[in-house]
Design a protein. Structure first.
Length: 202
């Protein structure tokens, strides 16, 4: 028994030092792991007839899997068709049928972790949700020929037809600019038509 105790006293400090060193190496290895790459702008949940026109190209074509969408990309949907665009995992836009959407700008700052996203709705309808609330360096803007809507973190629906643009805010506030700046709160619907604005509660 005495021999056993002497044996343990001799080796116990060495075992403790080994375990501490091993734990330190493991902890350092976690810190040395590369940061997860920032996701890109991608198209998913395609239903029906969805085509895109890439920057510098003249014709629309079917999108490939895992295609990264660049600024200048045009997305079109046909009848009974839809698609969703994910912007860096921080915002998403669902494009309804018979719609045309242009990604005018899409950048992401790794330093500030802020995206700048500018879209133009040529025709049809989109449903946008900004998942992360963007600070002053970030921007999410949707433009039609009638109005420009800017958000910092919200959910809203925008539809463009031959008569004008309809905006419905589901959550938070959307800033609009159509000859005058108007802040649209949640559960409000605005119709922008021929430089006239009408408001409706929903």
């Amino acid at each position: 028994m005495k021999c056993y105790n002497r044996y343990m006293k001799k080796w116990l400090p060495i075992v403790i030092i080994f375990l501490v060193a091993l734990g330190g190496i493991w902890f350092w290895s976690l810190g040395a792991l590369p940061k997860e790459e920032i996701s890109n702008v991608s198209l998913y949940e395609l239903v029906g007839d969805v085509t895109i026109k890439l920057p510098g190209e003249e014709v629309f074509k079917k999108p490939n899997d895992n295609l990264e969408l660049k600024a200048g990309t045009v997305i079109k949907t046909g009848t009974a068709s839809s698609a969703t665009v994910d912007f860096y995992g921080q915002a998403e836009t669902e494009i309804s049928e018979n719609s045309e959407l242009i990604i005018e700008e899409s950048t992401f700052s790794e330093e500030t972790e802020d995206p700048v996203i500018r879209l133009k709705l040529v025709a049809g309808r989109i449903w946008s949700r900004v998942i992360s609330i963007l600070d002053i360096n970030g921007e999410f803007t949707v433009e039609t020929s009638d109005v420009v809507a800017t958000v910092r973190g919200t959910t809203f629906d925008m539809a463009r037809d031959s008569g004008g643009t309809t905006l419905w805010v589901a959550d938070s506030v959307v800033e609009t600019d159509a000859n005058e700046r108007i802040y649209v709160p949640e559960n409000q619907m605005l119709r922008f038509q021929n430089k006239k604005i009408s408001r409706t509660s929903v």
